[in-house]
Design a protein around this ligand. Structure first.
Ligand SMILES: N[C@@H](CCC(=O)N[C@@H](CS)C(=O)NCC(=O)O)C(=O)O
Length: 210
């Protein structure tokens, strides 16, 4: 199998995590941010992740990919969703975007390795989120709010060792937040982030926190 991704992309991290947790062999292909032809040629639109399945056909949509991947080998993600984890992720997402999007545009990612790719990405995010410098300038306020939210996640993750579909949705949000310098991840949250990063073989972004 081949998985087409952007390294920064949280939806791609869902698919990477699911494949990694299931120990499935796959090749990663990073699509440049200014390359519309590759994804459009595969699934008819510019969006990743895209999975090339063992039969050579292609599929998009992260959760569809996770469901397909779960038909290979022993199912891991077929249990019921965990409402508290899903609710935390849904509530945190709009605030998380305000923190990680401006930092992603400056980040060290293969899909941004050329000036034109980085510029294409910056323009895409500015179309979606408006002035990124203004978002950046409000960081301290957003960081304070997110630190409060992270405290409420800690009791939900303390002692957790199960892995299910809700983790496939939650972990990529936390991975994205690991690029934000100044966030305080409570020990239970940090341990969870590190545990799934290692088990799923998807690196966190602390080394390039900014
Ligand atoms: N619903 C899709 C969303 C995927 C998505 O939004 N991917 C972003 C990257 S994070 C993308 O490819 N955006 C289009 C673009 O590059 O122009 C999924 O879950 O896979």
């Amino acid at each position: 199998m081949k998985l087409y991704i952007y390294e920064h992309c949280p939806f791609c991290s869902r698919a990477r995590l699911a494949l990694g947790l299931k120990h499935l062999a796959f090749e990663t292909v990073v699509v440049m941010e200014d390359d519309a032809a590759t994804p459009t040629g595969l699934v008819g639109k510019k969006a990743v992740p895209i999975l090339e399945k063992p039969d050579g056909t292609h599929m998009g949509e992260s959760l569809d990919i996770v469901r397909f991947v779960d038909t290979l080998g022993t199912p891991m993600f077929d249990g019921p969703p965990e409402a508290a984890l899903d609710a935390w992720g849904d509530a945190a997402w709009p605030l998380a975007l305000k923190l990680f999007i401006p930092r992603f545009t400056e980040g060290d990612f293969a899909e941004l390795a050329t000036p034109s790719a980085r510029e294409a990405y910056r323009q895409r995010e500015e179309r979606a989120f408006g002035d990124l410098d203004a978002l950046r300038a409000d960081s301290a306020r957003y960081i304070g709010k997110m630190n409060t939210k992270l405290e409420t996640l800690a009791p939900l993750l303390a002692g957790r060792d199960a892995i299910g579909i809700s983790d496939v949705k939650l972990w990529p949000i936390l991975r994205s937040l690991s690029i934000v310098d100044g966030l305080r991840f409570p020990p239970a949250v940090r341990a969870y982030m590190e545990r799934l990063a290692a088990a799923g073989k998807v690196p966190l972004l602390f080394a390039q926190a900014r």
